[in-house]
Design a protein around this ligand. Structure first.
Ligand code: 3NM
Length: 215
């Protein structure tokens, strides 16, 4: 395993749930292994409000010993001494993120092609996110559904680069993501919009472990 356990990687911003902090706490209780703070889009918090909400999320993650990773905002990640940063192809360059945040922190990169995966690896990414595996309604500018083919291709070409599948993943369809060679799965709505986020996280984690280890 690399710097962090990517088995069940929960992503959320304040816009993804009515009571986001209570959802995050439930998700942590249910066994998520990694958290990404993703405050993005037209309804995203900014400035002091964003910072205060991020701090509350970080506090919860610390209580559960789960890494707190900041999406896109390298400066915020640095200021908060976050465990890492995740960047997309339209955000700060991964190389720049790595240089700024330091060798010990986690850097994740969203990629969609072999070339982007190769670049991410050269730039010092600890993992790459690949998607959308299935249809998603959580990202306005999501690319067309990619399925799992590219995960298999990138996994074979770069066996040391951990891959996290993302986009429309649920406990029911998670198996294919691991079968393709992913090290983990990333979800927003499967936990954030669940009636019982703790139970949803527990089910996802169980599904992930069953796929990974056959239990
Ligand atoms: N990135 P849900 S898909 C944040 O394809 C994000 O890179 C994607 O949310 C990509 O689990 C996505 O609700 C949204 O489908 C994932």
């Amino acid at each position: 395993m690399g710097k962090t356990d990517l088995t069940l990687y929960f992503i959320m911003g304040s816009m993804n749930a009515e009571k986001p902090l209570s959802v995050l706490e439930d998700a942590l209780k249910g066994g998520v292994t990694c958290f990404q703070f993703r405050e993005k889009g037209p309804r995203a918090l900014v400035g002091m409000e964003k910072r205060a909400f991020a701090e509350s999320c970080q506090r919860l993650c610390r209580q559960f010993g789960v890494p707190f990773i900041v999406n896109d905002d390298v400066d915020l990640a640095l200021e908060m001494d976050a465990d890492g940063v995740h960047v997309g192809q339209d955000d700060a360059e991964a190389r720049f993120a790595r240089e700024k945040i330091g060798a010990d922190k986690i850097v994740g990169v969203s990629v969609h092609t072999v070339e982007e995966a190769r670049r991410a690896m050269m730039d010092g990414a600890d993992y790459v996110g690949m998607g959308p595996v299935y249809q998603t309604s959580s990202k306005d500018d999501a690319k067309p559904v990619a399925g799992t083919t590219m995960i298999t291709v990138v996994g074979k070409l770069f066996p040391d680069l951990p891959i996290v599948g993302i986009g429309g993943i649920t406990a029911e369809n998670a198996d294919a993501v691991f079968e393709a060679g992913a090290s983990g799965l990333s979800v927003i709505s499967a936990i954030a919009t669940a009636m019982d986020p703790e139970l949803a996280a527990r089910r996802l984690r169980k599904a992930a472990l069953r796929s990974m280890y056959g239990r």
